[in-house]
Design a binder for this molecule. Structure first.
Ligand code: COA
Length: 541
């Protein structure tokens, strides 16, 4: 009751009949090129944006052009701090200047990734819930400029954000100079979606969120208007990647998860009205929500998460979404248009929070979440690698997966059992990098099946994972490893054959596959193809 009244009060305050371009905005209007000229050559930029949502889309390009036009591009250097990954217009254009030196705290852009893995660009991969405190305590090089995308700015310095909250409140609090991209593609009705609250440092005060729809802050970020040095007008949608329909393996994983949840409800470990969900990015996460939407046994769903994707529309269409709390709305172009068109009716079902709050361990543990994140690979004992290919090449980053997993009520990791058409097994003797360890990972799921690792010894976990999750083409190989490990291991609590533990990765690097038969198969295939070519050629003659 309290929650609903509270929300009504805030949204009433936020709706406004004022025209978007007020006299304050007019007085600050500049061109992107003029702003680019004003930015320092040594730029430490705090930008809005979280997983291609709500990021500045024009000023970074103008700054990149200034570097390109410069006679001394080497005089420039950029540290880029964002909420998470952003679009090409920010992460991409700045990476391609060659002057981006440091990126924090997440990325998924192919150019950024390339430079990181070539060793040309530093990247600090960290739990997203830690970023704000690190920034405010001066652990990172300090920000000199903040650029945020907004749907409105008022003369008393209220900034209303767009599709994400991310790190904006921290960056706006810390930057000397603030620039705003006022994006008119976003309806003014966006005002009221956000709930901005930053916990003070070292007070020990609780963050008073007991339910996913509790509001504890303001719908805007307030800054001293004198610090706003310039505003540009834009009219651009987020360039989020299109919505990829979940594949067959994802639907199988989703069904294992649904069966597991219903079994937990039957045993009284999850309440009948369920617990709020957190779901990671990608195919599999989308499939889970799509399956929940179709399944009559699931009635009303709450989300307390960091990213909402197009799959939320399945829940909306089946009238099952009770409420979603997030830090970003990462919709496809169609998704953005649909959300804006239906904003009046959808607004009461969404809150966007700073990532300090969406990912806050205290709140996650109190609310009691069912978390679902994706692994690149997992080992037989339940350790998970979500970030590093062959232990050394960065994929995207840990993002919020650690914040949610470690503090979850039930933590699940999902992955298809094989990658790259079977050249890679997602289940290996030992992970080549560990993001989430065996103590935090409770449930492991692939399309093959689900392993409940709770209250299991390492050896029981190994047997379960091998039997339930591993693809048939790698099952015997992994059983053989485990047997051999029990024979030669130094200790028998968590048996390992240290000589062989990473041999699958070594084989992948050397031969292009983790499977020992791959070379043979490849040779046979090549011989077969050559024979067929020869036959075709002789027939033609
Ligand atoms: N080794 C090497 N490559 C692998 C691999 C492995 N063990 N497993 C998967 N891949 C490759 C896939 O082949 C695919 O490559 P492609 O793009 O060239 O086809 C790529 O990794 C992505 O895999 P995909 O199966 O499409 O999964 P995804 O899009 O769901 O992404 C993660 C999986 C792990 C990369 C992604 O979820 C992630 O970055 N997670 C960490 C951050 C996170 O969890 N954030 C969520 C908190 S909200």
């Amino acid at each position: 009751m309290f929650r609903r009244q509270h929300f009504t009060k805030i949204s009433h305050r936020c709706f406004s009949s004022e025209s978007r371009i007020n006299s304050f905005i007019k007085s600050k209007l500049m061109s992107a090129e003029d702003i680019a000229e004003k930015l320092p050559e040594k730029l430490t930029l705090g930008a809005s944006g979280f997983t291609p949502a709500g990021y500045p889309k024009v000023i970074p390009g103008a700054y990149a052009q200034r570097i390109k036009n410069s006679k001394n591009p080497e005089d420039f250097s950029i540290n880029l701090y964002t909420g998470a990954s952003t679009g090409d217009e920010l992460d991409g254009v700045l990476a391609r200047t060659g002057r981006l030196k440091l990126k924090i705290p997440y990325q998924s852009h192919p150019d950024l990734r390339k430079f990181i893995n070539q060793g040309k660009l530093d990247f600090i991969d960290m739990h997203l819930s830690h970023v704000s405190r690190y920034m405010r305590e001066g652990i990172f090089p300090p920000i000199n400029v903040a650029i945020v995308e907004a749907c409105d700015v008022t003369s008393d310095g209220r900034i209303y954000l767009t599709n994400s909250s991310g790190m904006s409140s921290t960056y706006l609090a810390l930057a000397k100079d603030i620039y705003v991209e006022l994006n008119e593609a976003h309806p003014l009705e966006m005002k009221g979606l956000h709930d901005i609250y930053l916990p003070e440092l070292h007070t020990g005060r609780p963050i008073n969120i007991d339910y996913v729809d509790d509001r504890i802050g303001t719908p805007y970020i307030r800054v001293n208007p004198e610090r706003i040095k310039g505003i540009i007008l834009t009219n651009k949608f987020d360039s989020s990647p299109g919505f990829k329909k979940p594949d067959d393996a994802s639907f199988k994983i989703a069904n294992h998860i649904l069966d597991f949840i219903l079994n937990e409800v039957e045993h009284g470990r999850i309440p009948k009205k369920l617990l709020p969900f957190q779901s990671g990015v990608g195919n599999v996460a989308n499939a889970v929500l799509a399956c929940i939407a179709k399944d009559n046994r699931f009635k009303s769903i709450e989300m307390y998460t960091e990213v909402i994707q197009d799959s939320i529309f399945d829940l909306i269409d089946s009238d099952k979404l009770r409420f979603a709390s997030t830090t970003a709305l990462t919709f496809s172009l169609e998704g953005q248009k649909r959300f804006f068109n239906q904003l009046t009716e959808l607004k009461s079902k969404f809150i966007l929070r700073p990532m300090e709050i969406s990912n806050n361990p205290e709140v996650i543990r109190r609310i009691g979440l069912i978390t679902m994140n994706t692994a690149l690979e997992a080992d037989i004992y339940g350790n998970v690698n979500s970030t590093h290919v062959l232990g050394s090449a960065m994929m995207n980053g840990i993002g919020g997966s650690g914040d949610f997993t470690r503090n979850a009520y039930v933590s699940m990791f999902m992955t298809p059992s094989i990658a790259k058409g079977g050249k890679i097994s997602s289940f290996v003797p030992m992970v080549s990098h560990c993001d989430h360890n065996e103590h935090s990972v409770q449930i492991m799921v692939s399309e093959q099946g689900l392993a409940d690792l709770r209250a299991k010894t390492p050896k029981q976990r190994a047997e379960l994972i091998i039997e339930k999750c591993v693809h048939p083409m790698y099952k015997d190989q992994l059983r053989d490893y485990y047997k051999q490990a029990q024979r030669v291991s130094f200790g028998l609590h968590t048996p390992h054959d240290l000589q062989q533990a990473l041999s699958w990765h070594v084989r992948l690097q050397q031969t292009g596959s983790m499977h020992p038969d791959y070379q043979q198969t490849k040779t046979k295939d090549t011989e077969q193809a050559a024979k067929q070519d020869a036959q075709t050629a002789s027939t033609k003659k």
